[in-house]
Write a protein that binds this ligand. Structure first.
Ligand SMILES: Cc1ncc(COP(=O)(O)O)c(C=O)c1O
Length: 503
């Protein structure tokens, strides 16, 4: 395994001091770390720990909530675990295609109401148990365009570590309000210039902070633990949902045709790698049409918050990607209004969509709507039918975009949003989804997108060319797979050493 990439297969050569300090801190604060196996399958979490969650608000800053960093929570604050992750199967009256499109709801995740808290846990825990993070002196720096930074702050805080969020000043008001409530020092939220696609400015801030060795940058775009956490935990969660919708008592059989995910850090796409390994599913990577980096080497700005950061993440397994789709933020902005207004819900009912299902669409934030549109596009492009199931994620819910919706209402629908506007929005964005901005990834396309990453990672950020290149071959990614079990062993040893327990 390459040493130069943030893979963390082995204990850090100089990690003993940091590790011992971490043990002492976790013992003192009585913090138990969940294994990835437990997050994959929460029914394996010891009963004493499950009981200790009884009545505990899943959004509280309490270390026991680490055992809720998975897909099996309900919507309620003191939820128990569901066998099958909450999800929605979209009817063809909405999608216009026969293929079955199923999304798992990420807003059930604790503390931040988005699945990025899992990515944050994966990145910090891999460092902690390999002696790469000393919670008594280090500050965990979480660069992101929003949810990962919030996840990082939540995870740092409940692990008794100091965390710093770096994110563009143009992200949604809800994200900043949340951060203000969670950080202990106001200077632990760093606002960089720009909006969603301004990742360069975030990196510049990281470089400034990195000069101080106590600042540990947990870069979601290059920490392979992000990919691995999603491979192991999100991949299995998608599979559970798929099994449920195809093999349960009232289920209709089907095959897992594809996994669709908009790419921010490309961590979630790791679930696609899992589903390809286990079910032969094809992988669809999605981006904003206004910033079509993978499609057209393009640039610009967009409002599908959390995705499309104008570069190719180092942890994106590009040569395993089967299709790239671009979705316009006009569609996501306007469909969010449709899904969250009385006129919109009336229209959906008129178009034959069960109102109970229509009301569940509020659990889909911008990138979730984007995933839905991309799944429709992929279904059309590949000619998928009613036996085919496309799995995807609703990373967060619309509740994070109420302030954005107000802006869209005034800029797109200044005359009001009523039946006529609702019908127009439905017809324009769902009536006849086009496949114009979708590319099937053959060897040439894969190499083209892969090579684009060179400029960020090798030229600008100093990754060794051999390390960069090693990722072109699937053997590199296959070599990562055993790491999760290895980390689990280290997590168990760590817990034994702290002696902490929630029993
Ligand atoms: C709302 C939202 N959707 C999608 C993504 C993309 O997920 P990933 O970074 O795993 O590619 C993010 C990432 O922050 C996000 O916040």
């Amino acid at each position: 395994m390459t040493d130069g990439l943030a893979v963390f297969g082995d204990f850090a050569p100089d990690g003993r001091g940091a590790y011992d300090h971490a043990i002492a801190r976790f013992r003192e604060n009585n913090i138990v770390l969940p294994t990835f196996a437990q997050l994959r399958d929460p029914s394996t979490i010891p009963e004493a720990i499950v009981n200790s969650l009884d009545g505990l608000d899943k959004n509280a800053a309490d270390p026991r909530n680490l055992f809720r960093v998975h897909w099996h929570n309900g919507l309620d604050a003191s939820t128990g675990f569901n066998d099958v992750p909450d999800h929605i199967e979209l009817p063809s009256e909405l999608t216009g295609v026969d293929a079955r499109i199923v999304l798992a709801f990420g807003n059930r995740f604790p503390m931040i109401g988005a699945h990025k808290v899992l990515a944050a846990y994966s990145c910090l825990v891999a460092r902690l148990v390999t002696g790469r993070f000393d919670p008594t002196v280090s500050r965990a720096i979480w660069p992101s365009t929003g949810n990962y930074a919030r996840g990082g702050i939540a995870i740092s805080k409940i692990m008794g570590c100091r965390g710093v969020a770096i994110l563009p000043e143009g992200m949604s008001r809800e994200r900043f309000e949340w951060l203000d409530r969670w950080v202990d020092h106001p200077d632990d939220v760093i606002r960089t210039p720009g909006t969603e696609a301004n990742v360069k400015e975030i990196y510049e801030e990281c470089m400034r902070l990195e000069v101080d060795p106590t600042n540990v940058i947990l870069n979601q775009f290059s920490e392979f633990s992000n990919h691995m956490g999603h491979y192991a935990v999100t991949g299995r969660a998608m599979e559970r949902v798929f099994e449920h919708v195809t093999t349960g008592p009232d289920a209709r059989p089907g095959n897992l045709a594809a996994f669709v995910s908009a790419s921010g850090s490309a961590g979630t796409l790791g679930a696609g790698d899992y589903l390809k390994d286990s079910h032969g599913a094809r992988i669809v990577a999605v981006e904003a049409l206004e910033v079509p980096t993978m499609l057209y080497n393009g640039f610009g700005d967009h409002n599908i918050q959390g995705i499309g950061d104008k570069h190719i993440p180092l942890i994106h397994n590009v040569t395993n990607t089967d299709m790239v789709v671009g979705i316009s933020d006009k569609s996501t902005d306007e469909l969010d209004v449709l899904f969250n207004t009385p006129a919109g819900l009336r229209l959906l009912e008129d178009r034959g969509i069960d109102p109970a299902l229509g009301s569940m669409l509020t659990h889909m934030g911008y990138s979730s709507i984007c995933n839905t549109l991309a799944a429709i596009t992929a279904a059309k492009k590949w000619g998928l039918g009613s036996d085919d199931v496309i799995m995807s994620v609703a990373t967060d819910g619309s509740e994070l975009y109420n302030s954005e919706r107000e802006k869209v209402m005034s800029s797109h629908f200044s005359g009001g949003f009523d039946d006529r506007e609702a019908a127009q929005v439905f017809d324009e964005h769902l009536g006849d989804v086009q496949t114009t901005h979708a590319i099937e990834m053959g060897p040439v396309e894969r190499d083209r997108v892969f090579n684009l990453g060179y400029f960020t990672w090798v030229e600008q950020l100093g990754v060794e060319i051999d390390d960069f290149e090693s990722r072109r071959d699937q053997s590199f990614w296959a070599g990562l797979r055993p790491l999760v079990a290895k980390w689990d062993g280290m997590i168990e040893e760590f817990n034994d050493a702290t002696g902490a327990s929630h029993g």
